[in-house]
Design a protein around this ligand. Structure first.
Ligand code: NAD
Length: 469
């Protein structure tokens, strides 16, 4: 091609976004995604995609976050397959009209809620579980009969690229589209009309999403984060507690929205707990944690620098080693950080665990309540009175007694935040409901058209009505 030949500008993804969304909306209007058979077919195809492409998915997750196979299976691939199987088993039941009783004044008649799909929805994922956080909401969206745009996180670039490559090979491209990209692409997407936006990520962008959604009066689900406390009371089995804290904190190198952010423990128990945690860390990852194939890596240099900065001037009692080139950040324990330090002001979202010592464990309750409502709260105790006190006097998206984020594995439980940790929820039937409108239906009979409610009114009619209603 000569230098003088006119350059034909390739349409960028950005300029195609409105057309992509309009196409999905046309598909929804055509009506077929509402069909049970379409939903089942797409879910089966998604399962097939996940299983057939698992080697590529595992490789992408390893490239983005250094995730090992077992962790990727448990928290991403197996999680999605399990979610699809659960949905397929229950879908017919979830789609059924949900009957309720009808008051005497409306008899003869019947009343029910009829789940109907919302339309075309936008799913924006985060980088830390880059496969699961896009496809778990998609399972819910498909099960409810919607069309969807997926926007995977650009920070997990290999997984994002793979998602864009494989989704069109398996799923109905007229109904499900992937838009890759960062701020510009997401901003353009947010200008489009959607019937629901499902966002996973940080609070700052959550506000941007909600502001943009307001323009179209679009409802949002915000799956955010925050500082999830972990209270360890003296009656807890310290060995088991330590194992479960280590599992939940250092999976994915601490880059988990529901990882324990910090531990609250009585002073008298802190040395024993720290020793038990160190022992478990070494049992799980070996003496040379850096060479463990089971320990993940920090997603990028920006997040590495953020975490490094949190450690400045802190009392590190375990770990602290950092290798920026390899994005290795050691499991690190900090004892009694200043409460106004960034480490205790920001969500850590990395492998640093502050241990805050208290004179009395009852102080943990006001400590939690003085801060934003967390996504998760953990309490380790064999004392049922203390357990009840924590359950009744604190608020969190989820609370787990005597474990870390095991509650995530139960599809019968909703997952979502409260207050600053988010709004709305999903998983299992809760996800189906999030992406459905539960339409109110009342059906009356033509028989017995009692005239009590019609004018002309009289004192007698009113007194009968008062008794009936
Ligand atoms: P991120 O950087 O991947 O951003 C999330 C999404 O927002 C991405 O798809 C990104 O493209 C988009 N985005 C970024 N800036 C934007 C802008 N200015 N306008 C529009 N879109 C924009 O992820 P993150 O925010 O670093 O995620 C970490 C946070 O997410 C943590 O707070 C964590 O706790 C939370 N999180 C919550 C859950 C949950 O299920 N509740 C799960 C994972 C992560």
């Amino acid at each position: 091609m000569s230098d003088l030949s006119p350059t034909v500008e390739q349409p960028s993804e950005l300029s195609q976004i409105a057309t992509i969304v309009a196409g999905l909306r046309d598909t929804f209007s055509s009506g077929y995604p509402r069909e049970y058979s379409w939903r089942v077919e797409q879910l089966n195809q998604l399962k097939r995609m996940t299983l057939e492409q698992q080697d590529k998915i595992l490789a992408a997750l390893h490239a983005d976050l250094g995730k090992c196979k077992s962790e990727s299976w448990l928290s991403e691939i197996g999680f999605i397959v399990g979610d699809i199987e659960h949905t397929l088993k229950k879908l017919k039941k979830w789609m059924k009209p949900r009957k309720v009783s009808t008051p005497i004044a409306a008899q003869p008649g019947c009343s029910y809620q009829l789940p109907e799909p919302l339309g075309t929805v936008l799913i924006i994922g985060a980088w830390n579980y880059p496969f699961q956080l896009v496809f778990a909401p998609l399972i819910a969206a498909i099960s409810a009969g919607n069309c969807a745009v997926l926007k995977p996180s650009e920070l997990a670039s290999q997984t994002s690229k793979l998602i864009a490559e494989i989704v069109p090979q398996y799923l109905d491209s007229n109904a499900i589209a992937v838009v890759e990209g960062a701020v510009d692409e997401t901003t353009e997407l947010l200008k489009q009309p959607f019937e629901h936006i499902f966002y996973t990520g940080g609070e700052t962008v959550g506000k941007i999403v909600m502001r943009a959604a307001a323009e179209h009066l679009t409802p949002v689900t915000l799956e955010l984060g925050g500082k999830s406390p972990c209270i360890v009371e003296s009656s807890a089995d310290i060995e088991v507690t330590a194992a479960r804290i280590v599992w939940s904190k250092w999976m994915n190198a601490g880059q988990t929205c529901v990882a324990p952010d910090y531990v609250l423990v009585e002073k008298s128990l802190s040395s024993q707990l720290i020793a038990a945690i160190q022992k478990k860390l070494q049992a799980f990852y070996g003496q040379d944690i850096k060479s463990s194939k089971d320990y993940g890596r920090i997603v990028n240099q920006r997040h590495f620098a953020r975490l490094s900065h949190y450690l400045e001037g802190q009392n590190i009692v375990f770990g602290g080693e950092q290798d920026l080139d390899k994005k290795y950040f050691a499991p690190t324990i900090v004892l009694d950080p200043a409460l106004d330090s960034e480490l205790m002001q920001q969500e850590i979202f990395g492998p640093i665990l502050p241990i805050i010592t208290l004179n009395n464990i009852n102080e943990s309750i006001p400590f939690v309540n003085q801060r934003a409502k967390p996504l998760a709260l953990y309490v380790f105790t064999a004392n049922s009175q203390f357990e009840q006190k924590v359950l009744n006097q604190t608020s969190a998206g989820s609370t787990c007694v005597n474990d870390g984020f095991m509650f995530m594995l139960n599809p019968e439980l909703p997952f979502g935040g409260v207050g600053h940790s988010g709004m709305g929820n999903y998983h299992g039937k809760f996800g189906f409901d999030t992406f459905s409108h539960l339409k109110t239906v009342m059906k009356r009979s033509f028989k017995f058209d009692v005239s009590l409610r019609y004018p002309p009114f009289s004192a007698l009619k009113l007194s009968i009505l008062k008794r009936l209603l």
